[in-house]
Design a protein around this ligand. Structure first.
Ligand SMILES: [Zn+2]
Ligand SMILES: [Zn+2]
Length: 227
């Protein structure tokens, strides 16, 4: 049986709970969203303490914002790749660079609040390396892939059934993008494309971005082909 996927809106972000034999959470939303998270899991009939792992796709404030509060609520182990893990552990808010004409325009207002928007720091128990990390021990048939490019420490979660949770390796939400595709904000677009090749070669079929609705992987395959 395929895993159940529950999207939870935490501000501008969509986090995902994945339920199979076990329960994991991907990403932790903007600061101050733990109450909304609690209501959402209550509605789903999920006990917070049954979520055993939080995988944070990368260290931007809209993904780590409520990590500490959600960790306190669930007791979940937190996994992130370096160097992004250090941003959460030390409450660092790096600039987010635009990589398209629109991304460069958007980066200005997006970067304004950074000096005053801080995620509460917390320890990252599992600092991921560049190799794949299986999720079997958390009751999920799938793995974490190292997919740098949007940030240098970005990761994705790929289920055996082809659902890929890619954080900001793709975007599909106004004002970021009108249609699904590559991020308009990134540190290294060559790495974004290399990471996408890795995700597609590993069998991704349905892409779940952190911003916007899921879409078919063919969209990215076509974009890569055109690049
Ligand atoms: Zn981001
Ligand atoms: Zn984001």
């Amino acid at each position: 049986m395929a895993a159940a996927v529950y999207p939870i809106r935490l501000g501008f972000d969509c986090c995902y709970i994945i339920r199979e034999r076990g329960l994991i959470l991907i990403d932790a939303g903007l600061p101050g969203k733990a109450g909304i998270f609690r209501q959402a899991v209550d509605r789903l009939g999920i006990r917070p303490g049954d979520i055993t792992l939080m995988v944070i796709t990368h260290g931007h404030f809209d993904h780590i914002g409520s990590a500490k509060a959600i960790k306190d609520l669930t007791g979940a182990t937190l996994a992130m790749h370096q160097p992004d893990a250090g941003w959460l552990e030390h409450s660092i808010n790096p600039r987010i660079p635009g990589v398209t004409p629109w991304g460069r325009i958007l980066a200005k207002p997006l970067n304004w609040p950074l000096p005053i928007t801080h995620a509460e720091p917390t320890k990252v128990e599992i600092v991921l390396g560049d190799e794949d990390r299986p999720l079997d021990e958390y009751g999920i048939r799938g793995r974490i892939l190292f997919t740098p490019g949007h940030t240098m420490g970005s990761v994705s979660v790929l289920l055996e059934t082809g659902e890929a949770f890619v954080g900001d390796l793709a975007m599909n939400k106004i004002p970021l993008r009108l249609t699904p595709g590559f991020p308009v904000l990134a540190e290294d677009m060559d790495l974004v494309r290399a990471s996408w090749k890795k995700v597609l070669d590993a069998g991704a079929r349905v892409i779940y971005p952190a911003h916007g609705k899921p879409f078919a992987s063919e969209t990215i395959r076509a974009a890569l082909g055109a690049a």
